[in-house]
Ligand binder design. Structure first.
Ligand SMILES: C[S@@+](CC[C@H](N)C(=O)[O-])C[C@H]1O[C@@H](n2cnc3c(N)ncnc32)[C@H](O)[C@@H]1O
Length: 92
């Protein structure tokens, strides 16, 4: 898990409280600026893309590709909004 520091700390605390700290790595940082952890074979970008501009998202995907293990899987889970970001976009 890669999250902003305050959220990462909360996650770390919750993970430890249920005894899963040996199974889940938590990395604190800014996904738009800080080095991403290398060597993982799957990346899930969950509910972040809709916050960011196309340029920020492209840059993030390039940075993930730079650190991904060969053959790694990328999953993007998100929802799309209308241009005002106040409601979900409608299917065409
Ligand atoms: C809508 S929440 C989704 C949380 C979780 N990924 C999920 O799908 O349930 C968006 C998350 O992106 C995190 N976030 C926003 N900007 C970020 C950044 N620059 N680097 C890392 N995480 C960021 C926020 O802290 C927030 O937890």
């Amino acid at each position: 898990m890669f999250e902003l520091p305050a959220v990462a700390q909360t996650a770390q605390d919750r993970i430890a409280s249920v005894g899963l700290e040996g199974r889940i790595d938590v990395c604190a940082g800014d996904a738009g600026a800080d080095p991403l952890p290398a060597g993982y074979d799957a990346f899930l970008v969950a509910n972040l893309a809709h916050y960011w501009s196309p340029e920020q998202n492209r840059a993030l995907l390039h940075r993930i590709r730079d650190v991904a293990a060969p053959g790694a899987t990328l999953l993007i889970a998100d929802f799309w909004t209308d241009p005002t970001h106040t409601s979900r976009s409608r299917p065409p």
